[in-house]
Write a protein of this length. Structure first.
Length: 326
């Protein structure tokens, strides 16, 4: 069973404040939601496991080491189980509480051990340096399972460079896409569980509501990022899952979401050119299938031509999902 995660996330910008900087504290602390990319990286580095007790499978939280809930930079976050987190709240008495100094030591040691274990078992972590300081960071989210009425998994990338504002805009689109599917499968799973309680005889399934997301980076340069996401969705009780593909194309510096209108000159006949290219390719594949012994009647052959035109004709809707390559 994977550990439950108790963490509030959003797509707010990251504050690059060193953990060693002294921060003035007001009498009433202002809680700020932890940026999703910061939360994801903290959980990944600690292997979703408490850095103090290191017992796998326990529910964990992201603890603000300096007790300032507005200081949500990665250096100030430690992954703790709920029991160890309670120890940081102890006040008074003779027993020494789990203070900030101890948490930092535990965190540093645990992250180093997790990294060494991963390197020994799986090889060095992959990072794709492009254009000096610009890199892609790879993330995974796993949630649900035996103790929850749904299952969710996602593999995705976020950009990181010295252009913080542009990175935030790019990463917000990616995070919204992933977190939207997570929120949807959570809600659907809870509704299914409630329905199963009220009608156990009419609704039976051994498989929970599920969603899984994988990605492919088709192009990454100093100025462009092109992503292809494959999304699989299973509704509890259904005969089979469904899947679809979603693409994102970003200009990075400055940020812009790229579509055909931003790539081609609007007054040109680019839709006709794209359509012709696709139709020629599809028809050549059709001819190859016919030569392999597949016999088509004249009526069915005509229907196939109409299908090709509907799916690859010079209509903007037919070319909404594009990916870029060199």
């Amino acid at each position: 069973m994977r550990p439950a995660i108790i963490v509030s996330i959003s797509c707010a910008s990251r504050k690059d404040t060193p953990s060693s900087t002294c921060r003035p504290m007001s009498s009433k602390k202002q809680r700020v939601e932890i940026p999703s990319e910061t939360a994801g990286e903290a959980l990944f580095l600690s292997d979703r496991t408490c850095c103090v007790c290191r017992q796998r499978g326990r529910p964990v939280v992201l603890h603000h080491i300096d007790d300032d809930p507005s200081n949500s930079v990665g250096e100030n976050l430690a992954v703790l189980c709920t029991d160890c987190h309670n120890e940081t709240q102890v006040r008074g008495g003779f027993a020494r509480k789990l203070d900030a100094t101890q948490v930092r030591i535990f965190k540093t040691d645990w992250i180093e051990r997790v990294s060494l274990k991963r390197d020994s078992e799986q090889g060095p972590a992959r990072q794709a340096p492009i254009g000096g300081n610009q890199i892609l960071r790879y993330f995974q989210i796993r949630e649900g399972g035996q103790d929850r009425p749904y299952s969710f998994s996602a593999d995705f990338v976020l950009v990181e460079s010295t252009d913080t504002l542009a990175d935030l805009q790019t990463n917000s689109h990616i995070n919204s896409f992933v977190s939207g599917h997570l929120s949807e499968v959570r809600t659907r799973g809870e509704r299914t569980a409630e329905f199963a309680k009220t009608a156990p005889d009419t609704f039976r399934t051994n498989l929970p509501d599920s969603c899984w997301i994988s990605h492919n980076v088709s192009l990454f340069t100093d100025t462009v990022l092109s992503l292809e996401f494959t999304v699989g969705i299973y509704h509890a009780g259904a005969a089979h899952p469904n899947s679809y593909t979603r693409t994102f194309n970003f200009g990075l510096h400055p940020f812009i979401e790229l579509d055909l209108k931003s790539i081609f000159i609007e007054a040109s006949d680019y839709l006709e050119l794209l359509s012709k290219y696709c139709l020629d390719d599809l028809r050549s594949q059709k001819a190859q299938r016919g030569s392999s012994g597949l016999i088509r009647t004249e009526e069915l052959s005509g229907q196939e031509d109409q299908w090709l035109l509907r799916g690859a004709g010079p209509d903007r809707l037919n070319f909404e999902r594009i990916s870029l390559q060199r």
